[in-house]
Design a binder for this molecule. Structure first.
Ligand SMILES: [Fe+2]
Ligand SMILES: [Fe+2]
Length: 172
């Protein structure tokens, strides 16, 4: 029997989010109409904003001190790099010359990032599992935050970077 999202532990939940976004990126690659592309790109951006928020606010802080610090630091900088593109894509549209390229580069950045999280043994999730984090409690906290974050981002909140100097990714 397949687990529902509500029943998943923290790692299963985050992996399910990853698969969902990978599928959306694939659909974007195959899509031809501009309206379809824009709507897929907007869904991708929303999903990624919510996902990065729940990781940064719940999962990553729980990992701090329990797994290698550089894993957490690099993950946050990777999120921030993705957020710059997310804000660009949301502010733009499929008529722009670089729109498709931005979505493609975002998909490649996310692919790399997901690999770092899911890699066996030395990946972040596997380190967190070995460190004995309470994955059920974290899942509950992330599900709760996911609901409020979705509402916030659906009403137009942009992605905010936390590690970059300057205003590259911060909402104007
Ligand atoms: Fe993730
Ligand atoms: Fe992440």
């Amino acid at each position: 029997m397949t687990q529902t999202y509500e029943e998943m532990d923290a790692i299963a939940m985050l992996k399910a989010d990853h698969r969902k976004v990978e599928d959306l990126f694939e659909q974007f690659e195959k899509a031809s109409g501009k309206a379809k592309k824009q709507s897929l790109a907007e869904t991708i951006c929303l999903e990624l904003k919510v996902h990065t928020a729940i990781e940064e606010e719940v999962f990553y802080p729980a990992c701090r001190g329990q797994i290698a610090d550089d894993l957490v630091d690099e993950a946050i900088v990777e999120h921030d790099a993705a957020k710059v593109l997310i804000n660009e894509i949301e502010a733009g549209g499929p008529d722009e010359q670089f729109y498709d390229a931005k979505v493609k580069v975002l998909s490649e950045m996310i692919e790399h990032h997901v690999e770092e999280e899911e890699k066996r043994v030395e990946g972040m999730f596997s380190q967190a599992r070995s460190a004995g984090l309470d994955m059920d409690a974290l899942a509950d906290a992330m599900r709760a935050r996911k609901k409020t974050a979705t509402t916030e981002f659906e009403s137009g909140k942009r992605a905010e970077t936390t590690t970059f100097e300057g205003d590259a990714g911060v909402a104007a």
